[in-house]
Design a protein around this ligand. Structure first.
Ligand SMILES: *Cc1c(COP(=O)(O)O)cnc(C)c1O
Length: 389
């Protein structure tokens, strides 16, 4: 086993690798590798674009990218051009696609570095084509069609014009049409009527583009839920995100045995005995019912512990599940141990794969009315990520 210290996000001048920060996110790269392998098997033959946007859903984009590629992914996807350029700076040279492109992004650099660009409008296509002229090479574009999500992508009405303009730009050497893609709104609900509608709309958009002469390398529609549960959406390539981190895109449905990759731990900062009737933390949302031991965990909402987890979230401390007592503060919260004792400096597990009885990110999500995506992505920039291989 080798341990590699990686900086957290937004580290500034701090040397996170050597800091004794009490709260840490441990990321098992072997779990990510294995999850990608499982998804690939399940998606039968489709290529995998591993989604590593938002710093790899909080897990550390560069390390995750390496593990995903080792697990059989052939490409990487991010949201923004800047994120794609950061992967290039880190020495990653496989195809990397930026899905959310905005006027004014660094297109000349992106084209020069061979970043794939998701383009859903003619105005953006013009800007990208102009940047390609400056960069002196063709821009690699994936044409986005809106099949019913009503987020990015050309509407069915605007699609023929986007295809036409892209073909002209391709003929003049400004762009290379690498892909045609869209995104599903309700893939986590396989019976939702929009699923069949979007699947059909995508087929029609692909057929129109191909009749017009587009010969894309990859036609892609499927996020994690679609890759796992909707065979008709897999086409040439799937774009799993949450599933590569081992969390379920559709918690009610069986998954192929994904393993959550992230474990967040902290260390008890302080412990003491307090009297019955003590109001705990801001607002006194919690009052001790008897004389009891309380312990202070040095992690708060700045580290990604949801504030609406006050009085609700569980964690593993002293070998048992405990509940947060009172408000989660910015940097700390309290747990009520009853007559149990934990030592100052002892490790506690906020969430993880569940091996030791700790909650999972999915449980934290359910307890706080959100999805596991938000739990892991919001682990704060000051929390160092440690990658275990
Ligand atoms: C984030 C994203 C994905 C991955 O979604 P998951 O639900 O995490 O699998 C795929 N495609 C696009 C366009 C995305 O924005």
């Amino acid at each position: 086993m080798s341990w590699a210290e990686k900086p957290g996000r937004g580290g500034g001048e701090a040397d996170w690798g050597t800091m004794r920060y009490p709260t840490r996110a441990l990321v098992e790269l072997s779990a990510i590798r294995e999850n990608v392998r499982l998804i690939r098997e399940t998606a039968g033959g489709a290529e995998v674009m591993a989604m590593v946007k938002a710093d790899g859903y909080g897990h550390g984009a560069v390390a995750v990218a390496g593990a995903a590629l080792a697990g059989g992914a052939g490409r990487l996807g991010v949201a923004y051009v800047e994120e794609a350029l950061a992967l290039r700076e880190a020495g990653i040279d496989v195809p990397v696609m930026a899905m959310v492109c905005t006027p004014g992004d660094e297109y000349e650099r992106a084209v020069a570095r061979g970043v794939d660009l998701g383009v859903g409008g003619t105005r953006l296509l013009e800007e990208v084509a102009a940047a390609a002229g400056l960069a002196g090479r063709a821009a690699r574009v994936h044409l986005a069609v809106d099949t019913g999500m009503t987020r990015g992508g050309a509407t069915a009405d605007a699609w023929p014009q986007l295809v036409d303009q892209a073909l002209k730009a391709q003929a003049s050497g400004q762009v290379e049409i690498i892909g045609i893609w869209s995104h599903m709104a309700c893939a986590d609900e396989p019976d939702h009527p929009s699923v069949a509608r979007q699947t059909r709309a995508f087929r029609e958009a692909v057929e129109l583009a191909e009749r017009s002469g587009v010969r894309p390398e990859v036609r892609h529609l499927a996020n994690s839920a679609a890759a796992l549960y909707l065979p008709d959406t897999r086409w040439d390539m799937v774009r799993p995100g949450i599933a590569i981190y081992g969390l379920s895109p559709a918690p009610g449905l069986p998954d192929p045995g994904l393993r959550p990759a992230m474990t967040v731990t902290s260390r008890i900062a302080f412990a003491k005995r307090v009297a019955a009737g003590s109001g705990v933390s801001y607002g006194h949302l919690y009052t001790t019912s008897k004389d009891t031991n309380v312990a202070l965990v040095p992690a708060g909402y700045a580290d990604g512990v949801p504030r609406n987890g006050s009085n609700v979230l569980e964690l593993l401390a002293g070998g048992a599940r405990r509940r947060v007592a009172g408000r989660v503060c910015m940097d700390q919260f309290v747990v009520d141990l009853g007559d149990d004792v934990v030592g100052e400096g002892d490790e506690v597990v906020l969430f993880g794969p569940g091996d030791r009885g700790e909650p999972t990110a999915q449980e934290w999500a359910e307890a706080t009315g959100t999805i596991s995506y938000e739990i892991v992505t919001r682990i704060g920039g000051r929390v160092p990520r440690t990658h275990l291989d």
